[in-house]
Design a protein around this ligand. Structure first.
Ligand code: UDP
Length: 195
């Protein structure tokens, strides 16, 4: 399908179920897949930062309209998007899929107490998920070092919650190395899920 351009960011135009099913297909095929869930703040940030724009449009495999503001902007521009596809909804659904498949999942980001809480909640709700990494987002190391640590444990899914654009920059390193995983920046989703 044709991408919808909103202020330079090229969005995929799928309803939620189609978007999600595309990710499952790629998960089951073992394809390296990076998802950016772009809210209005991310669209604005990309307009200030050409490298971030390039990462979103050229490195990411899927870009979803995260928030009603993006959907409204698309309508005003006469290039309507089917519907909002939020990072949080994708995150929750992907965890269900990971549980069904006993997938290996890596979580990086948020504060230490939040990530430990997330671990407990995920383990209780989705006991089949293998949590192969769970680290807070306040490390001092370069993103390359963190990427190497993630790669080593061969996760099937990587969720990063470092705030943009850092969460996407970390995943872009792994995407460029073709890590066979679904990788998605999830902003404040760890806080929401654990809270
Ligand atoms: N975060 C992090 N490391 C940082 C900054 C933020 O792990 O250096 C986490 C923060 O704890 C929260 C998530 O990133 O869980 C999203 O933060 P925020 O809402 O401030 O980011 P944004 O809205 O900019 O994506």
């Amino acid at each position: 399908t044709r991408k919808i351009d909103i202020l330079g960011v090229k969005f995929d135009n799928y309803d939620f179920d189609t978007f999600y099913n595309n990710l499952l297909t790629r998960l089951d095929a073992g394809s390296s897949t990076m998802v950016v869930t772009a809210n209005p703040e991310i669209v604005m940030a990309a307009n200030e930062n050409p490298l971030f724009m390039k990462l979103i449009n050229e490195t990411a495999d899927f870009v979803s309209p995260d928030g009603i503001g993006v959907v409204k902007a698309a309508k005003i521009l006469n290039t309507p998007l089917k519907e909002r596809v939020t990072g949080y909804d994708l995150f929750c659904n992907l965890l269900k899929a990971a549980n069904q498949r006993a997938s290996k999942v890596y979580f990086v980001g948020a504060k230490e107490e939040v990530i430990q809480d997330l671990r407990k909640k995920v383990q209780a709700k989705y006991p089949q998920i293998q949590i192969v990494g769970c680290e807070n987002g306040y490390f001092k190391e370069d993103l390359e070092i963190v990427a190497r640590r993630i790669k080593k444990v061969e996760p099937d899914m990587v969720f990063s919650a470092l705030g943009y654009p850092r969460q996407e920059q970390l995943l872009a390193i792994l995407r460029k190395q073709d890590l066979p995983a679904i990788m998605m920046g999830v902003g404040g989703s760890f806080d929401v899920f654990s809270g």
